[in-house]
Design a protein around this ligand. Structure first.
Ligand code: SF4
Ligand code: SF4
Length: 135
């Protein structure tokens, strides 16, 4: 069994129910296809804490991060809504910093849920590792 966390943008809630993420998770499509038949448990559906809020500088965000670190999921899947430009799919620096905090604690970062994107190079090594191992 693998523990999964999804990280998304709070602004997406204006137009999004999160259904795309849950559909991909429940039906093992797109970024979740690599897990095959393996049992998965969704541990959290985390939001970043808004533009300009970075780890170490926002108490509430740090509490959320600590919670995820205690769960220590096998992978954090980053939603496409965490890219501030849907065209070039550039990850927000706030989310990138959050992902580095997880990566430093040996939590795999996977870019995408119902949509797949590459993510920044500095975090990509983990992604390819998880692709190979089907995490
Ligand atoms: S930093 Fe990015 S993911 Fe977070 S609220 Fe702003 S646009 Fe959304
Ligand atoms: S990744 Fe897609 S479905 Fe999931 S929260 Fe973001 S916009 Fe909504």
């Amino acid at each position: 069994m693998k523990k999964i966390v999804i990280l998304t943008c709070p602004k997406s809630e204006d137009v999004c129910t999160g259904g795309g993420c849950f559909h991909a998770f429940n039906h093992r499509t797109q970024r979740f296809a690599a897990y095959g038949e393996e049992e998965l448990e969704m541990e959290a559906f985390m939001k970043c804490s808004g533009c300009g809020h970075f780890p170490g500088k926002d108490k509430g965000l740090d509490e959320k991060i600590d919670y995820i670190l205690r769960i220590h999921p096998d992978a954090v899947h980053v939603g496409i809504c965490c890219c501030h430009d849907g065209r070039d799919r550039t990850l927000c620096p706030e989310v990138e910093a959050i992902c580095h905090t997880f990566k430093e604690r040996d939590i795999s970062i996977v870019f995408g849920t119902h949509s797949i994107f590459e993510g920044p190079e500095s975090l990509r090594e983990i992604e390819s590792k998880t692709d190979r191992e089907g995490v």
